[in-house]
Write a protein that binds this ligand. Structure first.
Ligand code: FE2
Length: 289
């Protein structure tokens, strides 16, 4: 199931443009009440999809596919199975978290051979994180936070009360409300080691000011490329821009950083299913062909 439906996509795009309903009516020739209904998940007809896509600078064909539920990425686990040790164990473990009833993803990347792992966002689930560490006996060498929204960092204090671990988060995300022990202000193109592998941080602001994507190229051991993108991108959509002023920043972050990784790169978003760069280039309506 995609994180965002047609209704979410047009709502995010209109918010990003800072357009009133009247302004969008003027550009799409669809009246205000009908736009409101569509943003509240009334099913659109094809002509409405096309007119709204053209008005909001979305790709009409890609938007039609999502409106018609004709596409979602089919990337199922195991995402990454190491060939040379402990064959059969996935090197990615997904924390299927909830904040209230809203699902949120955190992810472990694991080097089984070296017995170490890194955590990308908490998934608002410190109990699950600590239970996984206890069950596996793995040593947690870093926590890499994509941004500081509560569903992504909630429980970090509880984790840090049990495990001494450095926490990477952009200094632009840290406020006095967020007390992190052992904080490292992550910056563009820092490298973070995890066993035999290396993570590279990339700055992807727009959803928040210090949004960070963590990229890994695991070649030659298991030749895959991975990116943990937080809420910059969802399969077939993007996160909500912090303000309409940062909408173009967010689109730029996704286009210039995330969609510029090699096409086969697996993308692990903060919400919804796993996707790839190639899938998003072909199907994400925020990036017209
Ligand atoms: Fe967020």
């Amino acid at each position: 199931m995609l994180e965002d439906a047609f209704a979410d996509i047009i709502g995010k795009a209109r918010f990003g443009k800072a357009w009133s309903l009247t302004e969008l009516k003027g550009r799409s020739n669809i009246d205000e009440a009908r736009i409101t209904a569509l943003e509240e998940e009334a099913p659109p007809v094809q002509d409405e999809v096309i007119r709204l896509a053209e008005a909001l600078a979305l790709d009409p064909i890609k938007l039609s596919e999502i409106a018609g539920a004709e596409w979602e990425p089919q990337i199922a686990p195991p995402y990454l199975v190491e060939a040379d040790a402990d064959a059969g164990k996935d090197m990615i473990y997904v924390i299927d978290g909830r904040i209230g009833s809203y699902p949120v993803n955190g992810y472990f990347f694991i080097d089984w051979k070296e017995g170490v792992c890194v955590l990308f966002d908490t998934g608002y689930s410190p109990t699950k994180v600590l239970a996984f560490l206890k069950e596996t006996g793995l040593s947690l060498v870093a926590v890499c936070l994509t941004h500081a929204h509560p569903d992504h960092i909630g429980g970090i204090q509880e984790i840090q009360s049990q495990v001494a671990v450095p926490v990477y988060l952009s200094a632009n995300e840290v406020s006095e409300k967020i007390a992190l022990k052992n904080h490292i202000g992550v910056e563009e193109k820092m490298t973070i080691g995890v066993g035999r592998f290396e993570i590279t941080s990339r700055s992807t602001p727009g959803h928040t000011d210090g949004g960070t994507t963590y990229y890994m190229d695991t070649a030659p051991i298991v030749p895959k490329k991975l990116a943990f993108v937080g809420d910059a991108l969802f399969a077939g959509s993007i996160g909500r821009a912090k303000t309409s002023e940062t909408y173009s920043t967010l689109l730029n972050s996704v286009k210039e950083v995330i969609l510029s990784f090699p096409p086969e790169t697996l993308l692990f978003p903060g919400h919804g299913p796993v996707t790839t760069v190639a899938e998003e280039q072909r199907h994400n309506p925020f990036f017209p062909a």
